[in-house]
Design a protein around this ligand. Sequence first.
Ligand code: SF4
Length: 89
Amino acid sequence: MQPNGRDRPFRDPCLTYPSGGGSCRAMRVVVDLELCEGNAVCASVAPEIFVVGDDDLARVKLEPVPEALRAKVEVAVRRCPRQALAIKE
Ligand code: SF4
């Protein structure tokens, strides 16, 4: 099992086909640390992207967010009970 929870290694199409095809948009996600309450909903939904530290604040582990993980990040943004996550494109 790979760290991405799949049987095969994750391959980011943006790295495979850099600047080609128009399908690779650089996506970032930011945590508003003033709002975050550390309940780790985001890390539960997208552990490849978020981690909650000993200070009970979420951090982004991976930037830019690979396109293949966009859907998981969008779910995490929707489920964050403090609305502390925002996608930046
Ligand atoms: S779900 Fe929201 S409030 Fe909870 S740890 Fe993640 S960013 Fe913070």
